[in-house]
Write a protein that binds this ligand. Sequence first.
Ligand SMILES: *Cc1c(COP(=O)(O)O)cnc(C)c1O
Length: 425
Amino acid sequence: MTPATQRTRPALAAADPEIAALVTAEEDLQAETLRLIPSENYVSRAVLEASGTVLQNKYSEGYPGRRYYEGQQVIDQVERVAAERAKALFGVEHANVQPYSGSPANLAVYLAFAEPGDTVMGMALPMGGHLTHGWGVSATGRWFRGVQYGVRRDTGRIDLDEVRDLALRERPKAIFCGGTAVPRTIDFAAFGEIAREAGAVLVADVAHIAGLIAGGAHPSPVPHADVVSTTTHKTLRGPRGAMLLSRAEHAKRIDRAVFPGLQGGPHNQTTAAIAVALREASQPSFSAYAHAVVANARELADHLLARGFDLVSGGTDNHLILMDLTPKDVPGKVAAKALDRAGIVVNHNAVPYDERKPFDPSGIRIGTPALTSRGLGTGHMATVAEWIDRGVNAARTGHEAALAALRAEVAELMAAHPAPGLPTA
Ligand SMILES: *Cc1c(COP(=O)(O)O)cnc(C)c1O
């Protein structure tokens, strides 16, 4: 039999067997493992095909109808389609689909609305915020004065009174809401009121939950935020990229900040794949997907609680669960590495008020977007919780054989639920 690599990527297999073999190895890994990293997903074959095209070959600095290079007869149409679909799906007046990824998209927001040294406000990284919300090691924390809010120690939830007091005292130019380890619904309306009162621009960074919003499984920030920033590759299930959505009044500022402010030529193959993902996300089946992601996460949280896991905020409203493993007597990184050996892929993560160091924190972060894309439903969540429990126990006791046995069970269930976009052997 012809090896899979030669069958599906004959030119790559012939020209560069080393890289071809690595791509195949990654396909196998993604097929066999239970991928629980909440920022990851499986894109469709259509998205993969769109991103691997000759659109790659074209330079198109500028925007449709006003480019710095000729030969844009087709590229202009691709970008217009992507932007129109983004506007329709999220109900916004303006969409910029050119940011290379979520971090540069956020940097463009700073460039559009603030000057170096200005005060900006966001959620602290160890509380669940993103680096680019003004955290110290990020350019955004070095070039701007980042003031940071967190969650309450007793509830694990954002204290909106604290956010309001901080905003009125510090008068930031921009307030970021949203984060990377936030298991609860974000109250965009409340943030909108606070931002108006403080005279700040409200930036809703929905990178993690964009797919849930598109599918109607999380409230939309659009009526409340001046700018919505999102990646396209998390719950939205598109290629690695980003978008900035806004009212028409901010369109010029944002477009100028992305290009020529921050970037050169857009990645047109990615723009095409974003357009495909947006079309997919506008179908009724995607709304069902988004609701299933949330139902799975809630069910999984309930089973984990029943097994004595300590979940930050006591559970989840969305796709994400953050757990503190202190009561299980295993550091997050030790647990994550053991689970990885069992074919269960998670990431170690700080929990709010973590007493351990950021590179060796107390928690792990999991989520249901990828497993839901494979068709796993609420009926499977008891098993997933049991596997996590067994994996964490094996991590504590150093029981490698238990992890190997777990890996075989995981592979068997995964084989019965082929992942979108991957070749089926
Ligand atoms: C993932 C994420 C980003 C950054 O996206 P990259 O594409 O990794 O640069 C920004 N903000 C939030 C809230 C995120 O979750």
